[in-house]
Design a protein around this ligand. Structure first.
Ligand code: C2O
Length: 562
């Protein structure tokens, strides 16, 4: 299946170094980590620049835990930026204080201050990740979370010989916060990234990348587990390995029915675990990642590469490139996503809510607003049900817990205020979009169905939506407008994929279900940082239950003040 060959001259191969595999630490009930937020000079693509890091590492350190562990991560901020860290996909039962999105569950950790994220890893195992959750700082502040199953519990698939993390990212040659400021001044999207990266490295298709190529060594005949994470800010990505199929076994820390594929599609925020068998002719094979974009928009379409290298093969052997789906391959995207199914075994059941207490339909809209301070006099914006979310100055969880009035309202509409042909002809009108910090209040333990409906306001586009505090089941999806009379009959209520981030297809809809059994204030937003910044976000206030263990825990003493 490999179609291309890449030829290199010069000494690139002598600089390439192999990165070791991960060894899993021994069992322990409490895991402690120290995260120092530091600025460090890092050079990529022939440009050196200071970036914000954790412990000077890029990507940051991996958090290892075992299902059932308590994890304490002390974050000390030595940088001149406010900081907060989100443990993406961890459910944080009753414990939103440890969730991390700035101004939603906490105020940022200011320069010179510390905060300890203290949480339990309960009923979850697999790959998740952590990232800065304030402005665009997650461009460089991110890392993997590896949750091993309980001691003595094997994976429900072939036990791999070794495993490695593959974190996909984006790199800008200039200061990302500056680029965003520039964009906001113009009212336009900030410059797109200069490269994609694999484990922080763009690979040899980019200049000055001899030292910046990730490589993993494999032994003939062995099986490897790759924990793939999309930490990119704005790009859904295809990923493939030349000559090697992948077997998908887990998404967003939930086991799936295994299936084999030449390429995977992964949206920002999502994780995918795959098994790879080293059964090809000993050689060197490129892994590659490149965006999927099927809307009429331009993205950074450059390919990041890394190398899968058989033991004993010299670095002088030329690697071959994998065949990736073409960048606008909608058919591949839809059929790939349709193959994802929860494992739904007796040990790992899919507890899909069959009856729905609360039906919600949210439209996703982009728009142009007048902007007096913008150079062009207008700015791009985004909305859910015609509401552009305004970030508060106080953490919403504190406001809710301490009953502070005037910080947010709970009148977010359950359905679009003015129904229209959502995915028909392109519309530029912003349909009376309003600004507000408006949330939806959800009764404890009620079952929620949320249909996320893309619209052709300005343009259709695929949007990866992430819900904090929960996994949800993706019960249905389709192209065009959701039809409440016909579409629910086609829902998969048996083994739908369970995840924390789902791609709403371009010009289509996705229906998710979850049981609101985790009290707190839970952010929900498009995981394209561009759109989050434009207001494509809201939050759910899930009320306390009446039982003894059904209320939000008291806040920790060191919770950062505003
Ligand atoms: Cu990974 Cu609210 O984000």
């Amino acid at each position: 299946m490999a179609i291309g060959k890449i030829f290199f001259s010069g000494s690139f191969f002598f600089f390439l170094y192999l990165v070791g595999f991960i060894s899993i630490p021994a069992d322990a009930a409490v895991k402690r980590y120290q995260f120092d937020i530091q600025v460090k000079n890092v050079s990529r693509l022939c440009h050196a620049k200071p970036i914000v890091t954790v412990n000077g590492m890029f990507p940051g350190p991996t958090i290892y835990a075992r299902e059932g562990d308590r994890v304490l991560i002390n974050v000390t901020n030595y940088a001149q930026y406010n900081m907060s860290i989100h443990w993406h996909g961890l459910e944080q039962f009753r414990n939103g204080w440890a969730d991390g999105p700035a101004y939603i569950t906490q105020c940022p950790i200011q320069t010179g201050h510390s905060y300890t994220y203290d949480f339990n890893v309960t009923a979850q195992r697999g790959t998740l990740w952590w990232h800065a959750h304030i402005f665009w700082l997650r461009a460089t502040v991110y890392g993997a979370i590896v949750i091993m199953p309980k001691q003595g519990t094997p994976f429900p698939f072939t036990q791999p010989y070794r495993e490695t993390n593959i974190i996909l990212g984006e790199w800008w040659n200039n200061d990302v916060e500056e680029i965003v400021k520039q964009g906001n001044k113009l009212g336009l999207p900030p410059n797109m990234s200069d490269a994609h990266t694999i484990n922080g490295k763009p690979g040899p298709l980019f200049p000055c990348s001899e030292k910046h190529t990730f490589a993993m060594e494999v032994e003939q005949g062995k099986t490897y587990l790759l924990r793939i994470i999309n930490a990119a800010l704005n790009d859904e990505l295809f990923f493939a390995i030349a000559g090697h199929n992948m077997t998908v076994v887990e998404i967003d820390a939930v086991y799936t029915k295994p299936f084999t594929t030449q390429a995977i599609l992964i949206a920002p925020g999502q994780t995918t675990n795959v098994l790879v068998q080293a059964t090809q002719a000993p050689g060197r094979y490129f892994m590659a990642a490149r965006p999927f974009m099927d809307a009429p928009l331009t993205v950074d379409n450059k390919t990041a590469t890394a190398i899968l290298q058989y033991k004993g093969v010299p670095n002088t052997v030329l690697p071959i490139l994998p065949q990736l789906p073409s960048p606008n391959d909608t058919a591949f995207a839809l059929s790939y996503n349709a193959r994802l199914r929860s494992l739904n075994s007796p040990q790992y059941p899919a507890n899909v809510p069959l009856k729905v207490d609360r039906h919600l339909v949210y439209t996703i809209g982009l728009g142009i607003n007048p902007c007096a301070t913008c150079l062009n006099g207008t700015q791009l914006t985004a909305s859910l049900n015609n509401i552009t979310f305004v970030m508060p100055q106080t953490g919403l969880l504190q406001a809710h817990y301490f009953n502070i009035k005037g910080v947010f309202r709970t009148d977010f509409p359950d359905r679009p205020p003015k129904p229209f042909n959502y995915t028909g002809a392109p519309l530029t009108a912003n349909l009376g979009t309003t600004l507000g910090t408006r949330l939806s209040k959800i009764a404890f333990n009620s079952t929620v169905e949320l249909v996320l409906q893309d619209t052709n306001l300005l343009t259709v586009e695929s949007h990866p939506f992430h819900l904090h505090g929960y996994n949800f089941f993706v019960v249905g999806t389709g192209i065009g407008n959701f039809d409440p009379a016909k579409d629910p009959a086609k829902f998969n209520l048996v083994d739908p994929p369970e995840r924390n981030t789902v791609g709403v297809p371009t010009g289509g809809w996705t229906a998710i279900r979850f049981r609101a059994d985790n009290p707190g204030v839970w952010f929900m937003h498009c995981h394209l940082e561009l759109h989050t910044g434009w207001g494509l976000k809201t939050a759910f206030v899930v009320e306390n239950g009446k039982g003894p263990d059904q209320s939000i825990l008291p806040p920790p003493k060191d919770l950062p003040p505003c």
